[in-house]
Design a protein around this ligand. Structure first.
Ligand code: WTA
Length: 632
């Protein structure tokens, strides 16, 4: 059986109706075309209270057999990964399905040689080089659980994630290049591992050739290790519900949590959404500009495209090196057909002006996409006109680390689109809008809290090592629903528009941070007694980070104090979490019970001073005046 792509609005409507009427039959039909070692016993068993969700239970498979082996007879010589290096003058690499299969098998044998077993957690901290894809798939090949940590996170963040997952293995590189910068990678891992005595082996890939320290007995070079293995590595047989990976993401409380996805459902859903949302056709070149360190890279650089037998472009560099035309140059160079990026990138390139766009034809593009945060109308129109040349449908795809794949989006050219609306739920996805009290709002033309009332195959299964946290975060606020943390609007015809987070999560340039997480980092600075962080609208980043800080002692040199605080945040989380504004205050607006009234801080950061609301319940109302007067 082969995959049937939805090709018209009527087909979408029919598929959607069928997916709600009989989800079991619907998803069984979508799962048919994969290679299963053994078919499933039941399509779906679920209970959102526990929560417990099982898709295709009893089914046996290996996702890499579906990404690689399955394609060898028909697409062996086709390019699987098309790698564009940071340096525009450097050679691109075209890795065929056959070659990728070979490299994954060798890497998997290296993992086995070094003691990695099925079920072991493996931390991957690597730049955007082909070896990163190989490493991810090598873990999946032998049933080890990969935990990729974005290569911009600090040593402390890596250590937290290694310890939480109890990972004994780390895969990394000597260094990395991004734009004009040469960044040490192994040295950051070395620092992290000072607090991770449980790590037994570090496997290092060469990228820059820069000197690194290798700890005898713990660290080995990948290029030496491959000499000891062959390319024969049968895929491990996995249960559909065995974990495939952990990916850490921020929430409104505490430390980042390890979102767990499993093999069968994730496979079926990423493939289904990849083909339908982007309307992928056999010889299309697909480029997702995300980093593999985020869910978008997992699902739409690696798994979705490879499951579909596509050519997936992987870019090592940044959009502004050597200049702000780099994305467009790469699109022309590799004749990219489908381009998928983030609003923050669109806005920053838009700000650079059309001189960087005009030299390129962009004629190969058929579909353009957006992900990670709401795309404002101005950016949407610019993208449509100047990149899509008014000739490409835009898919505004709404989803989350926890959802594994796209949940709400139009399908390119098939269902209609509307600026700033993600629009239509994917078949199988049943969104609802709730009131704050948890009542379903049935009418259209309304706003509410976005929740999902039925499982889809790649829904989060648990948070690693702490199932209760998964239950509390996503399934307890509103009984019987998966709660997204986002607010949304439904228009008169049923399209969804995502408004933004309703919890204490800030989405900066498409990256999620909990306010508490950033506050904890700021508070580690010796300059700080206490802090409170809120988001505010930012022209390029979507949201910026505004920090109110009570200093330890009177500040004589605010610039120096700010620099020290930024350095602390960089050390604790990474440079991406640095506040945009730091205001020193003598106190924070607290209620008599000691709770910070963030609503007031948000209003001040947004410069909406007229609507501060009732401040009479505050312990010290005078502090609001001081904060307002000294607003940055
Ligand atoms: C936001 C990224 C509006 C949203 C795939 C969500 C979006 C969070 C969109 C998840 C979109 C993602 N329109 N908002 N198209 N896509 N978001 O886990 O607030 O990094 O809850 O997953 O990003 O971020 P995450």
């Amino acid at each position: 059986m082969s995959f049937h792509r939805i090709r018209s609005n009527d087909e979408y409507r029919a598929a959607y109706a069928e997916s709600v009427r009989d989800p079991h039959a619907f998803w069984a039909a979508q799962a048919e075309h994969f290679t299963w070692r053994k078919k499933w016993d039941a399509v779906l068993e679920w209970n959102f209270d526990a929560p417990e969700v099982k898709w295709f239970s009893g089914g046996k498979l290996n996702i890499t057999e579906n990404c690689l082996d399955r394609h060898l007879s028909t697409r062996g010589d086709k390019t699987a990964i098309l790698w564009e290096p940071n340096d525009p003058g450097g050679p691109a690499q075209r890795i065929s399905y056959r070659e990728l299969h070979d490299r994954v098998c060798r890497y998997a044998n290296v993992l086995k040689r070094n003691g990695v077993q099925k079920g072991d957690r493996v931390c991957i901290y690597m730049p955007m080089i082909p070896e990163l894809v190989v490493a991810v798939l090598a873990c999946a090949r032998i049933g080890a659980i990969h935990s990729v940590v974005f290569a911009g996170f600090s040593a402390q963040s890596i250590a937290d994630r290694i310890l939480d997952a109890n990972a004994a293995f780390v895969l990394t590189s000597d260094g990395m290049v991004r734009g004009a910068k040469n960044i040490p990678v192994k040295a950051v891992v070395d620092e992290a591992l000072r607090s991770c005595p449980g790590v037994k082996r570090v496997i290092v890939t060469q990228r820059t050739g820069d000197p690194v320290t290798m700890q005898e007995g713990r660290d080995v070079w990948m290029h030496m290790e491959t000499g000891f293995v062959d390319a024969d590595c049968p895929a491990e047989e996995m249960d559909a519900e065995d974990p495939l990976f952990i990916l850490y993401t921020s929430g409104s409380t505490g430390k980042p949590k390890g979102v767990v996805h499993t093999c069968g459902g994730y496979m079926v859903y990423t493939d289904y959404t990849f083909r339908n949302v982007f309307q992928y056709e056999e010889n299309d070149v697909f480029w997702c500009t995300a980093d593999v360190g985020w869910i978008t890279g997992h699902s739409y650089i690696i798994y979705g495209p490879l499951l579909a037998g596509a050519t997936s472009l992987m870019f090592e560099g940044v959009p502004t090196f050597p200049d702000a035309g780099r994305f467009w140059q790469v699109i022309d160079k590799h004749q990219v057909n489908i381009f998928y990026t983030a609003p923050t990138a669109i806005r920053s390139l838009m700000a650079q002006g059309l001189d960087f766009v005009n030299p390129y034809s962009l004629a190969s593009l058929k579909v353009i996409g957006s992900v990670g945060e709401p795309i404002n109308e101005e950016a949407w129109h610019w993208y449509k006109e100047h990149i899509g040349k008014n000739n490409c449908p835009i898919v505004d795809t709404w989803w989350q680390t926890e959802t594994g794949g796209i949940l709400i989006s139009s399908m390119a050219g098939v269902t209609d689109e509307k600026p700033s609306y993600a629009a239509w739920p994917i078949p199988g996805v049943q969104p609802v809008l709730l009131t704050a009290e948890g009542k379903e709002i049935l009418e259209n033309d309304v706003e509410g809290l976005l929740a999902i009332k039925f499982p889809w195959p790649s829904i989060i299964r648990t948070t690693y090592g702490d199932h209760e946290r998964c239950r509390q975060t996503y399934f307890s606020s509103y009984k019987g629903y998966y709660f997204t943390g986002d607010g949304a609007r439904r228009d008169s015809e049923g399209r969804y528009r995502i408004i933004g987070r309703v919890d204490d999560v800030i989405n900066v340039s498409g990256h999620r941070f909990g306010t508490a997480e950033i506050e904890n980092a700021i508070n580690e600075s010796e300059w700080v007694v206490e802090s409170a962080v809120v988001g505010y609208p930012h022209d390029i980043k979507g949201q910026g980070i505004y920090a109110y800080v009570i200093p330890e002692k009177p500040i004589t040199d605010p610039d120096q104090a700010r620099a020290e605080i930024l350095a602390t945040v960089t050390k604790v989380i990474g440079p991406i979490a640095k506040p945009d504004k730091i205001q020193f205050v003598s106190g924070l607006p607290k209620t008599r019970s000691g709770k910070i009234m963030r609503r007031i801080l948000r209003k001040v950061a947004e410069n909406e001073l007229g609507s501060l609301g009732d401040t009479s319940t505050l312990l010290d109302p005078a502090v609001v005046e001081e904060i307002t007067n000294n607003r940055l």
